[in-house]
Design a protein around this ligand. Structure first.
Ligand SMILES: Cc1cc2nc3c(=O)[nH]c(=O)nc-3n(C[C@H](O)[C@H](O)[C@H](O)COP(=O)(O)OP(=O)(O)OC[C@H]3O[C@@H](n4cnc5c(N)ncnc54)[C@H](O)[C@@H]3O)c2cc1C
Length: 423
């Protein structure tokens, strides 16, 4: 009996599991087990639209058991606590596991670059819970700003700072702009338009690093035209509950600072033996294996393949890794030569909010409404399952006619009325 264990049901782990299941379908002597701390797969590219109340949170997740359908792989919802590659053993919150082959696909976590206060006082934006919490935070502050008489307090409530001008930060700020200017200001009559501020802090000289310069210039111009402040060469140097210090000099008073500035590998990955890059990712060989443990494959955001260390941390890379790791496990089983990983860029698609996007696919670059339609079509196509595709398509269509839903369905993490703490 051969036991293959996959840790993480994100883009990389899910793809590896599906591919393994397909390859070993006729091998009852091979068991495949997927372990994840949540019982669903999350489609992260649509998270900014959760924060802006554009689509329903449940519509961008698919349960692992529904994805499995008639496939035969096993699934455990559990938390991985440690990986012992010498003993080929994994400790979980609820037990332990042994394996013959292991695929590690545990994604990444926020990196706060040791900025004082960043971990405690900024809002993360990586998970479904983060997106829902941020949505409710924004709505909660608007509810209070609507009747707050103190202008300084009101301005602080209505200032939203996003640290990091990468894909996530820019898509998020564009969505929050749509929520505030397209919905909130029309209904919250006590909020003066000129007091709403959206600010992006970017440490480098440009936003959207990796995107073609002409599209970056276009995106920056459009966001600035909408009143979004893009502050380049600007680092968050301290974070407080009610603001952020930048470049060690100026303080921006703001009740909401969102951290999208950097990621690093989870501690479990950092603790794997062998070399790691500066953000803790396991450096794997061209077959995606740990050199000293060829039965261990590391994929997606957790890994840096020696042949493509600069590949971006995006879903297509994780999917390609997952597929290749599965095929290489099959090759090892059949004593065949392994395949090597080569990064092939699939272009860039960045949404700039309702009706506008920038696109760079196969060397063709364009922006505007048709780019936005393409962005929607691609993401809809990539969502897992017809039900989810229909639900998201329905959310988008309904948003053309009906207003967004601004109900706060759970107690916000830091509510000014009840005083609960957050983030
Ligand atoms: C807000 C946001 C927007 C994004 N937008 C895009 C986009 O538009 N296009 C794009 O290509 N990429 C986008 N990305 C990046 C993309 O999501 C990642 O590159 C991709 O998810 C990496 O896949 P992965 O399998 O390595 O990790 P993930 O998809 O993060 O999966 C890791 C899995 O491991 C699980 N896990 C972690 N720790 C444990 C543990 N201890 N025990 C059990 N399970 C655990 C997690 O719950 C998760 O299910 C976005 C990311 C974010 C956060």
């Amino acid at each position: 009996m051969k036991r293959i264990v996959v840790l993480g049901a994100g883009f990389g782990g899910m793809q590896a599991t599906i591919e393994l299941d397909r390859i070993f379908r006729a091998r009852p002597d091979v068991t495949i087990l997927l372990v994840n701390d949540q019982n669903f797969f999350l489609f992260t590219p649509l998270l900014p639209e959760i924060a802006s109340s554009y689509i329903n949170p449940r519509h961008i997740v698919q349960t692992v058991r529904d994805i499995r359908g008639r496939r035969r792989f096993g699934f455990w919802r559990d938390d991985v606590r440690s990986i012992n590659v010498d003993r080929r053993r994994i400790e979980l919150a609820g037990g332990s596991l042994e394996y013959d082959y292991l695929v590690v696909a545990l994604g990444s976590r926020a990196d706060y670059f040791h900025v004082p206060g960043a971990r405690e006082h900024t809002w993360d934006f990586k998970s479904l819970e983060d997106a829902v919490a941020l949505r409710e935070r924004i709505l909660d502050l608007c509810e209070h700003a609507d009747h707050t008489a103190d202008p300084a307090a009101r301005r602080r409530m209505l200032t939203f700072v996003v640290v990091g001008g990468g894909y996530t930060g820019i898509e998020l700020v564009a969505e929050v702009h749509d929520l505030l200017f397209g919905y909130i200001l029309r209904r919250y009559r006590g909020i003066p338009r000129e007091e709403v501020r959206l600010i992006v802090l970017e440490a480098e000289s440009e936003i959207l690093r990796g995107v073609h310069p002409s599209l970056v210039a276009h995106a920056q111009k459009r966001l600035q035209k909408q009143g979004i402040e893009i502050r380049l060469h600007t680092r968050a140097t301290r974070c407080f509950p009610d603001g952020v210090e930048i470049n060690g000099r100026e303080i921006i008073p703001a009740d909401t600072v969102v951290w999208t500035a950097g990621v690093r590998a989870p501690e479990l990955v950092e603790s794997l033996p062998g070399p790691h890059d500066r953000i803790g990712r396991a450096i794997v060989n061209e077959h995606l294996q740990l050199d000293a443990h060829p039965e261990v494959f590391v994929v997606g955001d957790s890994s840096a393949a020696i042949t493509a260390k600069d590949a971006p941390r995006v879903a297509p890379v994780a999917i390609a890794h997952g597929r290749l790791a599965a095929r290489n496990i099959a090759h090892r089983e059949r004593a065949e030569p392994l395949e090597s990983y080569r990064y092939v860029s699939q272009g860039a698609l960045v949404s700039l909010g309702m009706n506008h996007a920038v696109v760079d696919i196969a060397g063709i670059k364009f922006s505007g409404y048709f780019a936005w339609l393409l962005w929607n079509a691609v993401h809809l196509f990539k969502l897992v399952g017809l039900k989810k595709q229909l639900q998201v398509a329905a959310d988008w269509l309904l948003a053309v006619v009906f207003p967004r839903d601004a109900s706060i369905v759970r107690r916000p993490r830091r509510c000014r009325l009840c005083g609960t703490q957050g983030p």
